[in-house]
Design a protein around this ligand. Structure first.
Ligand SMILES: [Zn+2]
Length: 480
């Protein structure tokens, strides 16, 4: 199985200057490839003579290197530039597999990274008695382009990777890589098939339902409940106030000035803090869930976090006057939803469970807060208050989150025993075609492309696409 590692590292200011130049040059090549590809595609769409021609999807970059126009590209190792082109090609093949969009321009702001292959770094053993405890010294650079030793904190032992990525995010540097440890990982189907044959009582005893909410972020049917500590919440509020303050200052400062850049850095730091707290919470909570004694099955609700935390629609009355839609109240709820790290807790639990030969399933969340976990009676009045659950059918009385987590657990048990469990696959994206001419647009036909090439042939609109095209709706609001 592939195991990812990410460690903080601490380059000196001089080393940072060199690495930032490497980052910039790799981004330049990537963006040059993106720009070239866009040029090819637009040009070929407009020229009938070129219909059916293919834009090259390769990793050549020599044509972007020029002594007169781009002399700075000669100041970095050529592998940096090649890796920029390889990154672009990898992104393009992900697009072909429908795992992401077409590569786009990488911005100069935000987190930045450079991908180094093993010509440009080395890990030298530096102490450690047993093979598991060996610590390494990471040195970067080669012959003409030395950078030196960069200290990093390896909080767990690791092997030597074939390539690493150096990332800078709001002034913090990280080294990350992944290693295949050759250990076989069970598939979710295998575990599900094993669990499906268990007797129901036994399976229920080793299953945990997890209710995710806003008041209590995570509540398990074992009684475990997890949320941010008071200190964390207090610090988050403080950081949030600071972020607003710095954001206001940033907006007032002269665009492109060093003052604005500094303010932007402070804003980024505040965001980074909140993100770290969320990640820490999600990792610790998912670890506690999968490590619970005797647990083989974890059941989560399939929450559509993105839709749940969307902005409310704008409201109008008959005369076209805009009405209040409680957007700011929803915004407060949204920030709470996102702060409870629902999505991350589930994603982390999934991979952590697989490594321990356990299974995570998701079940539909409908009415889980109103259904009685003892008799199955479902009614809104079962929930007189936010915290309390009193069944109108059988009189069962308990904590509302506890009841919901038991309902979720039983749904998961039923799902696994029915044998209808199918793991969530990798999300595929739809391919959209941007506007071709004024007022007309056509969807890109989805078909298997030849590896390494993209067809830019102009295709007739398929019948299915034609049906869904309404000429009155603008192209941007249409989703296929
Ligand atoms: Zn009941």
């Amino acid at each position: 199985m592939q195991v990812g590692y990410r460690f903080r590292c601490y380059p000196t200011p001089d080393q940072q200057a060199i690495l930032l130049r490497w980052i910039g040059c790799q981004r330049f090549i990537y963006n040059a490839k993106v720009g070239e590809d866009r040029y090819y595609r637009v040009f070929q769409r407009k020229t009938l003579a070129l219909a059916g021609e293919h834009a090259p999807i390769d990793q050549e970059y020599a044509r972007f290197k020029c002594r007169e126009l781009t002399p700075w590209l000669y100041e970095v190792p050529s592998q940096i530039l090649r890796n920029g082109a390889v990154r672009w090609k990898t992104a393009y093949s992900r697009f072909f597999q429908r795992l992401g969009g077409r590569p786009t321009i990488q911005r100069k702001s935000g987190p930045q990274s450079v991908w180094l292959t093993n010509e440009l770094f080395s890990f030298e053993a530096a102490g450690g008695a047993t093979p598991e405890e060996v610590s390494y010294r990471l040195s970067i650079g080669k012959g003409k382009f030395p950078v030196g030793v960069i200290p990093y904190t390896a909080h767990r032992p690791h092997k030597i990777p074939a390539s690493i990525t150096l990332t800078v995010d709001a002034g913090h540097w990280y080294v990350s890589f992944n290693i295949d440890d050759d250990l076989p990982l069970p598939t979710p189907q295998e575990i599900a098939a094993e669990l499906a044959s268990w007797p129901e009582t036994e399976l229920r005893a080793s299953a945990v339902g997890v209710d995710r909410g806003v008041t209590v972020p995570v509540f398990a049917s074992t009684g475990m409940c997890a949320g941010l500590s008071d200190v964390q919440q207090q610090r988050l509020r403080k950081k949030e106030r600071a972020r607003k303050r710095w954001q206001r200052r940033m907006a007032r400062r002269v665009k492109g000035s060093s003052g604005q850049r500094k303010a932007a850095h402070r804003v980024a730091r505040c965001h980074q803090y909140a993100r770290s707290v969320r990640l820490d919470f999600a990792h610790q909570t998912s670890y506690r869930l999968v490590e619970s004694a005797g647990v083989r099955l974890l059941v989560f609700e399939a929450l559509r976090v993105k839709a749940m935390s969307a902005r409310p629609k704008a409201k109008q009355n008959e005369t076209g006057q805009w009405l209040k839609n409680q957007a700011s109240a929803k915004a407060g709820l949204n920030s709470k939803i996102l702060a409870s790290a629902w999505g991350k807790t589930l994603v982390f639990a999934q991979y952590k469970a697989l490594r321990r030969n356990k299974l995570v399933v998701t079940v539909p969340p409908h009415y889980s807060s109103q259904e009685c976990s003892r008799c199955g009676h479902t009614h809104p009045e079962n929930r007189p208050t936010q915290a309390e659950f009193v069944c109108q059918g059988c009189g069962f009385r308990t904590n509302a989150d506890h009841n919901a987590s038991r309902v979720i657990r039983d749904r998961g048990v039923a799902l696994v025993r029915s044998g209808e469990f199918s793991p969530v696959g990798r999300k595929k994206t739809m391919r959209m075609r941007t506007k071709v001419g004024a007022g007309c647009s056509e969807p890109e036909p989805i078909q298997a492309p030849t590896p390494g090439e993209t067809s830019v042939r102009r295709q007739a609109v398929s019948r299915k696409a034609q049906k869904s095209v309404n000429p009155e709706t603008p192209a941007t609001s249409r989703r296929l």
